[in-house]
Design a protein around this ligand. Structure first.
Ligand code: XIL
Length: 388
């Protein structure tokens, strides 16, 4: 087996320049830190005072990005950009079951550790995603979960991955994408392998085991299809609210993750979004915008026009979302267009042009979407740390 790859520190010139304010000075020790809780204090790389993390911190919000291990390992420009712009990092792929236990009983954390350790070493927090997801399962899990001891295997997976990261990840998306109305199951529960093997109670079971596995981590339910004004989204919002109400009553969930895979051309109605966010907040839950990106596949190739439309669409969403003070985190699903899932099969643009869905371009230059996020963060009301 090849030994796990390690990183050099990010841009030592950034780290050692005495004229640069420290990460702590920029992000503040006040509201933002209190709201985020247990971020790692060690300062090795300073964020830009005008970067997204610093702007977010001034409003009591945490900004960060997902990253895949390979570009993080190999691209020093991306490393430096993450250190400048982010307060939290999310491994986008590496902590999923299909990666951590490809072979039954053999647990592999080399790639996910690479991302998490890098974040922590550079003074960033790390967020976990996604313990129980119906996709990206190891091939063996299909049969194993349906065996007599299937529930024990399910529990053991949760204990394994959360135990490995105990105390290192501030939050986990414990269950991801468990609602699919069109499957016709009561409660809107997705007809997944977990549902087939364990019944609809698997969701509560996952949160119960997760709470024990890492009592200090904040636990989230995470889903997509909650953002827009469509009958699909409306039904899904209602099912998610019912699910959260039960989990909250049992003290098992701390927050809702709204993925925010936005798409230019989808119908956004401010009142609809505002009402839903208010309903979640009224349950006493915090809200994280966990996977923001803006799909530009309906737009013509022209880059300036495309960038402008992407930014404008994001602004309409963020104006409403960041106005709700229960929204404490904003994570983009990648920081730079070099590291996005939207160039993959099923999502890529028809004309073969790479997607321009993220705040920075492939050379780490700030795009209109970056400026829009910055402006929206600046305009957001300051959060009270009511969640501590
Ligand atoms: C994606 C990752 O970005 C890809 O690298 C991986 O191949 C598939 O998953 N919703 C989610 C994320 O909750 O886990 C998905 O991430 C994107 C959609």
């Amino acid at each position: 087996m090849t030994p796990p790859a390690t990183f050099e520190r990010v841009a030592p010139d950034i780290i050692s320049d005495p004229r640069r304010p420290s990460r702590r000075a920029v992000l503040g020790t006040g509201l933002a830190t209190a709201a985020w809780g247990r971020t790692v204090r060690k300062v090795e790389a300073a964020p830009e005072p005008d970067g997204l993390a610093a702007r977010a911190a001034r409003r009591g919000i945490v900004y960060g990005a997902a990253v895949s291990s390979e570009p993080l390992r190999t691209n020093r420009m991306l490393q430096a950009a993450l250190a400048r712009e982010c307060a939290v990092i999310v491994p986008s792929f590496e902590t999923k079951w299909g990666q951590t236990e490809q072979t039954r009983g053999t647990h592999t954390y080399a790639r996910s550790d690479l991302v998490v350790d890098w974040a922590i070493r550079n003074g960033l927090a790390a967020r976990g995603h996604a313990v129980i997801w119906y996709r990206n399962l190891p091939a063996w899990a299909g049969d194993a979960l349906k065996e007599a001891g299937g529930a024990a295997i399910f529990d053991e997976h949760i204990r394994q991955v959360m135990g490995h990261y105990k105390g290192r990840l501030v939050e986990w998306d414990v269950v991801n994408e468990a609602i699919e109305i069109s499957d016709g199951v009561p409660g809107g529960v997705r007809h997944s392998l977990f549902y087939e093997a364990l019944g609809p109670d698997y969701i509560t079971r996952a949160f119960t085991v997760a709470r024990e596995a890492d009592p200090s981590a904040r636990l989230f339910y995470n889903d997509y299809g909650l953002e827009y004004d469509s009958p699909y989204d409306e039904q899904k919002r209602n099912a998610v609210l019912r699910l959260l109400t039960g989990l909250r009553r049992a003290g098992l969930v701390d927050g809702l993750g709204i993925q925010c895979h936005l798409k230019v051309g989808n119908r956004l109605t401010p009142e609809v979004l505002r009402r839903f966010l208010g309903e979640v907040a009224a349950l006493g839950l915090r809200i994280a915008l966990t996977e923001l990106d803006v799909n530009d596949s309906r737009l013509a190739a022209d880059v300036p026009l495309r960038d402008a439309s992407v930014a404008e669409h994001a602004k309409r969403f963020l104006d409403v979302a960041l106005d709700q003070t229960a929204v404490m985190e904003l994570v983009t699903w990648g920081l730079s267009d070099i590291d996005t899932w939207l160039n993959g099969k099923g999502f890529a643009r028809g004309d073969g042009q790479p997607s321009r869905c993220l705040p920075l371009d492939t050379t780490m230059q700030r795009k209109p979407l970056w400026h829009t996020i910055a402006m929206c963060l600046d305009a957001a009301p300051i959060r009270q740390s009511v969640f501590e």
